[in-house]
Unconditional design. Structure first.
Length: 174
């Protein structure tokens, strides 16, 4: 799989989108981190600066995937900072910038939230989880390839979209 950016250079795709991205002629806007709190209309602004029929590629962190992949850390933070604080993060997806929380302040999404937000502005032409499997790196090349193949096979399944560390989506602007 390869992505062809507007500058015409072709780069190998390193993220598991299991759709044919060659069908996407170019990407107009890429957003990898949405600010917190999310300003009203921020998602509309990403689409506004994209030409009609153009594509917006989004990568957001997944609240479900974060819980699944970092459960031991979540439990340690619940012990230290209290269960209600962790429940609030899971409920809202709002992660404050604080020691040991691993990131700058951001909004983590569920697939259902991202899908609802994007479909107001056009058609979702691709979606995938990224970082679906644990970061296991067996020594044997054939097992590493097997894990890569498994992740590519499963990452775009509806039940898997929220389960990776990130959610990727490509929106075609109406």
């Amino acid at each position: 799989m390869q992505l062809a950016p507007r500058d015409g250079r072709v780069r190998p795709a390193s993220l598991p989108l299991s759709v044919e991205l060659q069908q996407v002629p170019h990407v107009d806007v890429v957003s990898t981190r949405l600010p917190v709190p999310l300003p009203k209309g921020q998602n509309a602004e990403l689409v506004r600066v994209t030409r009609p029929g153009g594509h917006v590629l989004l990568s957001v962190m997944s609240v479900v995937g974060t819980v699944l992949h970092f459960l031991p850390i979540l439990l340690d933070l619940a012990r230290r900072d209290g269960v209600p604080k962790q429940e609030e993060i899971v409920r809202t997806g709002l992660l404050a910038e604080e020691p040991d929380y691993g990131h700058l302040a951001m909004k983590l999404f569920r697939w259902s939230e991202l899908e609802a937000m994007l479909t107001r502005h056009g058609e979702i032409v691709a979606a995938s989880a990224a970082g679906l499997l644990p970061a296991e790196q067996p020594e044997e090349p054939e097992l590493r390839e097997f894990l890569r193949t498994v992740e590519l096979e499963l990452a775009s399944e509806p039940g898997a979209l929220s389960s990776g560390q990130h959610i990727l989506a490509v929106l075609r602007k109406a």
